[in-house]
Design a protein. Structure first.
Length: 750
């Protein structure tokens, strides 16, 4: 007998340790037995038992229980919600992956017992996008509950007639909750084990259409991911000819970029000169388009190829004709698309109408009829050609072509890449985007930045302080792009980065001024963004004032701060005939101002008036271990000993606040890597190369009084023992040490 009322009481035990212990002792073994009885009762499952596995919440419960016994973690585990629910699942293996075919969940927070088939959001979204979901819902009995995960302990029930609309609504946001199809009972009273087995069987049978679809969808997904995998495996350097010129095409490693997306960088070289850097994107699902596999090529945040992969599975041998992208921008009097297709044909890529052919996929052999290197080369060539035709990049052409006038054409069948951006301050989505940066930001920094920007409804002002090169500007850009679901490289029309100039003396630096001599209003980028924000009040507009204390902040920012604080308007001019610029300007609440500051002899102190109206964050913590792991392989190849020496120097500088940031480390590694590419007769050895970069990038910032005496001694020991006793680094440090002993102060510069 299953005493459900007693189980509810176990979930209500206040102490986490006791709660986890009792759930493990009393609920876990009973549910394991029930699930195994269910599996044994299903003939199909019994025949293929090796294809099924059972997973339960017990792993988390045991980990929490043991951590709570460890003094190191006990305090953090004392009062948690772990153990207030229990779940156990049956998974079916589909190739190398699994799908859920049955879940039992007991939820002590909302006192429910749920028996259901659980699905990720994306397979269901796929069915909706293909207009299959209405038919699947029609096949489900009316007494089945359809629900989605609203929070950790809450499910939101959705009526069957509203389910498809709900999925469409969620697809437009960054929320992708798990979905459930089953029965929901109160966690009270008692129930025989056999009754629960019968309930599982009932749900299992009634959800057959959905389970069958999820299995077929998983099989399709595996096949499509296999096709993407063919491209990921190819990383060999290639020689290609494009528009009459020969280039070297190099690939980086394929890496996880964010959930559902892997990215592979590629680089086009003319001899040793890098011409173009691009990225191949392998989408398991596309947040902005459809939830199925896509292949994309992107340059500087602009997509030139965005192709469906599953269409290659439609025939035994399927030609991969890709639909050209669509843009309204034209080049002079010549249509960019016509020009691009002319170049495609001239460069050996077959075209037909609005499509171009890159290869043929054989579903029997599970491979392309052509060599995969050739297919990948055609795709990148096509991407480069479109980027060139749209003037996103410029490549040399063999000979100038005569321009022919064509009428601009818009076609609804073309794939429109540009779309209306939608903002979302959902932190889960934001942190996922920000974490894709090659720079290293801890979760606490990201969380603090997010809270500082969004805590107040009508005032958003954050100052980022710290040593140069710690990623202050990059963090601001990453966050602003993440709010719009954009990658770091993509252009964000709702972000403006404004370098502050030392001659900014008043509010006209931000808000502009009326020129009596020119009879016009002199517009500034700051004013343009504020006016834009007034027109698009549903969109957050981010303004980054870079190195904002190069000028006196209270001089040029005072009108803005006063307007935000008092909700009064900023006076701009009193010229009645001027129509485009208002005489007075209010600051809308969708303006987010971020300032970056460095503190040195070239900058000004920030007054209390400004500090009182801002959140001030310091980004001086530098963690080089994750940075090293994320550095591209071709840069860090063979440089681990050099990296360790530089990292050790950084550790010595850190207590004296003379340390350096990610930018400096990255630039030193790039020079060291470039040195290794030289012929042996010209290449510096390891000691000389490290000596040079440390002397050039680290020593110039060292200065101070007698307090840095231990620092210089430690650095001299490293220079003599790890680098070179006769090298430039050792000589400069010894000279600085002598000056310190003699004068009580020293600096790198003589």
């Amino acid at each position: 007998m299953l005493n459900l009322t007693h189980y509810q009481q176990l979930f209500e035990i206040e102490n986490t340790t006791k709660r986890c212990e009792r759930v493990l002792e009393e609920i876990e073994p009973r549910m394991q037995r029930v699930v195994n009885r269910f599996l044994d009762s299903q003939e199909e499952i019994s025949r293929n038992r090796e294809d099924y596995s059972v997973k339960s919440y017990a792993v988390t419960l045991r980990t929490t229980y043991h951590d709570s016994q460890n003094p190191k973690y006990a305090e953090s585990k004392k009062n948690t919600n772990i153990g207030k629910r229990y779940s156990i699942q049956v998974q079916k293996k589909i190739g190398p992956e699994e799908i859920n075919i049955m879940t039992i969940e007991m939820n002590g927070v909302d006192s429910s017992l749920r028996v259901s088939v659980e699905s990720r959001f994306y397979p269901v979204w796929t069915a909706v996008a293909r207009q299959h979901m209405d038919g699947l819902i029609a096949e489900l009995p009316g007494d089945l509950e359809l629900s989605l995960k609203a929070s950790s302990f809450k499910k939101e029930s959705v009526a069957q007639g509203e389910f498809v609309d709900k999925i469409r609504e969620l697809s437009k946001t960054m929320k992708r909750p798990p979905l459930y199809f089953g029965k929901n009972l109160p966690l009270e009273g008692s129930m025989e084990e056999e009754q629960l087995v019968e309930l599982m069987t009932e749900v299992y049978n009634k959800t057959t259409p959905m389970r069958t679809y999820l299995e077929e969808e998983k099989q399709e997904s595996i096949k499509a991911n296999h096709i993407l995998g063919l491209f990921k495996e190819r990383e060999e350097e290639q020689r290609i000819t494009l528009m009459g010129h020969e280039y070297t095409l190099k690939y980086g490693k394929t890496k996880n970029f964010r959930t559902g997306l892997e990215r592979q960088m590629f680089y086009l070289y003319d001899q040793d000169q890098l011409l173009v850097k691009g990225a191949i994107l392998y989408f398991e699902f596309s947040e902005k388009d459809t939830p199925t596999q896509r292949f994309a090529i992107r340059f500087d945040g602009k997509t030139t190829i965005f192709a469906k992969v599953r269409e290659l599975m439609e025939e035994e041998v399927k030609p991969w004709w890709i639909l050209k992208p669509y843009t309204k921008k034209e080049i002079g009097s010549r249509n960019a698309h016509d020009y691009a297709f002319q170049l495609l044909s001239e460069n050996g890529i077959e075209t037909e109408g609005k499509h171009y052919l890159v290869g043929q996929y054989n579903n029997t052999t599970k491979a392309f009829e052509e060599d995969i290197d050739l297919v990948k080369e055609r795709l990148i060539k096509a991407g480069l050609i479109f980027a060139h035709a749209y003037e996103k990049i410029t490549l040399p052409e063999k000979a100038a072509e005569e321009e022919e006038e064509t009428d601009p054409e818009e076609d609804s069948e073309e794939t429109e890449i540009d779309e209306v951006l939608k903002s979302n301050f959902d932190f889960n989505g934001i942190i996922e985007h920000v974490n894709s940066s090659t720079l290293t930001f801890s979760h606490s920094v990201i969380r603090d930045f997010h809270l500082n920007l969004t805590a107040l409804e009508d005032k958003h002002f954050v100052i980022l302080s710290g040593i140069s090169g710690t990623g202050k500007t990059q963090l601001a850009k990453l966050y602003a792009n993440a709010v719009y679901g954009l990658d770091f490289e993509e252009e964000n029309p709702y972000l403006s980065i404004i370098p502050v100039r030392p001659d900014w003396m008043d509010a006209s630096a931000l808000f502009g001024y009326y020129s009596s001599f020119e009879k016009r209003y002199v517009m500034t980028e700051f004013l343009r963004m504020v006016l834009k924000a007034q027109k698009e009040r549903d969109k957050p507009h981010f303004i980054l004032l870079d190195e904002m204390n190069l000028a006196r902040v209270e001089y040029y920012l005072s009108d803005y701060l006063s307007a935000v604080e008092s909700q009064k308007e900023v006076p701009l001019h009193n010229v009645d005939s001027l129509q485009d610029i208002p005489q007075k300007l209010s600051i809308p609440p969708n303006i987010y101002v971020i300032g970056t500051i460095n503190v040195d002899e070239t900058t000004h102190a920030i007054s209390d008036k400004v500090l009182d109206r801002a959140y001030v964050m310091t980004l001086s913590d530098v963690d080089f271990d994750p940075f090293w792991e994320s550095t591209e392989e071709h840069i860090k190849n063979g440089l681990k000993p050099e990296f360790d020496i530089i990292k050790e120097i950084h550790g010595i500088l850190l207590p004296y606040e003379l340390h350096f940031g990610y930018r400096t480390m990255n630039e030193m590694l790039k020079k060291l890597a470039k040195n290794k590419e030289l012929d042996e007769e010209y290449r510096m050895d390891q000691q000389e190369a490290v000596d040079v970069v440390v002397a050039e990038k680290v020593l110039p910032k060292i200065r101070g009084d007698e307090r840095i005496d231990p620092l210089l001694s430690s650095l001299i020991n490293i220079a003599e023992g790890r680098i070179s006793p006769e090298g430039k680094t050792a000589r400069d440090l010894k000279r600085m040490k002598k000056e310190l002993d003699r004068y009580g102060t020293t600096q790198f510069w003589r």
